[in-house]
Design a protein around this ligand. Structure first.
Ligand code: NDP
Length: 392
């Protein structure tokens, strides 16, 4: 049985921590974050079955100190993407496996590239350690859906569309479903999609279409945008000629975002405010609703899945693999809305597979490089049932 250190105590952490307990392969869990009271609140939901600590994950010596004290076998990083590299450094220093849900981003540029974390490949290999990158839903489950389709349905995949619909309503004028700073950086970035061996750049939100989800979830406007799994999937599955990522946004969300952008509130550079340096987007985050608190009021469903095209036995083929998740059911089960739930469950599953050495190896891995079968099985067991439809 492994000792697990979870870092970060936000919306995703609440679900991941409770699911790690439910999976039951960890002998001890320590939840540490910048604000210890948030860890304690999660520990209360976990009926005291975990311990908590304070840690600044930007500070490698502090992380090393905590790891030397607790002696984890594995760390699950559900803090922010800014902390990925410092936590990986501490894992290397202490001989600990590493799992996260989002790729590293420097604070001052919204870049979304795996380059920084892929640079750790040799160091993790030499140390005999496993780093699992992007074990959330997207990235995460969407990578696994693609790998599973390649293993069981295709000889080669040529086209991929990942479609992320949140058909839910939280009843707030404007709120984001996960960390507002990271979410707004992501949706305001230039769009990139993969076509004929390269990324093609287009203005943010410049391409939209209507999409009707299965099982009566509804019809929504989806917008093409860049998402980090496009980079690893097109690298590891080089037969993919075209790959696009689409996300639904309501007119109301886009109206607020446009105004916030126009008035400069989404800027990520420092400005001087009454003699103090502040970053407008970080200030905005402080006044927006906490995504972790949206569970109570969220209604409706999410529908996230992949449309995958390619060839099997010389014939063209297309399948759609998706999960539908109900905000109210998530709240009833774990006190969270569906975005935290759909991220926290795969984070816990990826961590459990690495901890049990069902997934093993030395180095830095993206999800599609691993055997998708045990992960797909655990999705069904731990709350994210999936469906596959043959489209032709
Ligand atoms: P939250 O903002 O709710 O939680 C982040 C947590 O990290 C907070 O508890 C915060 O502490 C803590 N934290 C931030 N900085 C530090 C630090 N320096 N040291 C220690 N702790 C720190 O975010 P979410 O739960 O919404 O998201 C968590 C992660 O999940 C993010 O990386 C996000 O990008 C990723 N994500 C991935 C998805 C996927 O499908 N792959 C989807 C959604 C999210 P404090 O409470 O003090 O602020």
């Amino acid at each position: 049985m492994s000792r697990l250190l979870i870092i970060g105590a936000g919306g995703v952490s609440q679900v991941a921590t409770l699911k790690c307990l439910e999976i039951g392969v960890f002998s001890e869990i320590l939840l540490a974050s910048r604000t210890k009271s948030k860890c304690d609140a999660i520990a209360e939901l976990a009926k005291g079955k975990i311990n908590t600590a304070q840690v600044d994950a930007d500070n490698v010596p502090e992380l090393v100190g905590l790891m030397q004290q607790f002696k984890p076998n594995i760390v699950l990083n559900v803090a922010l993407p800014y902390q990925d590299l410092t936590i990986m450094d501490a894992c290397l220093e202490c001989g600990v496996h590493y799992v996260d849900t989002a790729n590293y981003e420097p604070l001052d540029t919204a870049k979304f590239e795996y380059k920084w974390q892929w640079d750790y490949q040799e160091r993790f290999q030499k140390a005999g350690l496993f780093a699992l990158l992007g074990s959330g839903f997207d990235p995460g489950v969407t990578n696994i859906f693609t790998a599973w389709a390649l293993k069981h349905h295709f000889d080669e995949i040529t086209e991929l569309d990942i479609i992320d619909v949140n058909g839910g309503d939280h009843g707030q004028a404007f709120a984001t479903n996960f960390n507002p700073e990271i979410n707004i950086r992501e949706v305001t970035a230039e769009c990139r999609h993969w076509e004929d061996g390269q990324f093609v750049e287009t203005p943010a939100m410049s391409l939209k279409q209507e999409y009707t989800c299965p099982e009566g979830v509804g019809t929504f406007n989806i917008y093409r945008m860049y998402h980090e799994e496009l980079e690893s999937l097109t690298k590891h599955i080089p037969t993919i000629k075209k790959a696009q990522f689409w996300m639904s946004f309501s007119d109301n969300y886009l109206k607020h975002l446009e105004v916030l952008q126009n008035v400069g509130m989404t800027r990520i550079d420092e400005i001087d405010y009454e003699g103090q340096k502040i970053v407008p987007l970080q200030f905005l985050k402080a006044v927006l609703p906490n995504p972790g608190d949206l569970g109570k009021s969220s209604k409706g469903k999410t529908c996230i899945g992949n449309i995958i095209k390619g060839h099997k036995d010389g014939k063209e083929k297309s399948i759609y693999i998706y999960n539908i998740c109900d905000h109210e059911a998530c709240f009833e089960e774990l006190g969270s809305q569906a975005i935290s739930y759909t991220t926290g469950v795969p984070a816990a599953i990826g961590t459990a597979l690495v901890a049990q050495e069902i997934w093993q190896g030395d180095g830095v891995f993206n999800m599609e490089q691993l055997d998708p079968d045990p992960f797909m099985e655990m999705l069904n067991t731990y709350g994210l049932k999936w469906t596959v439809l043959d489209q032709c």
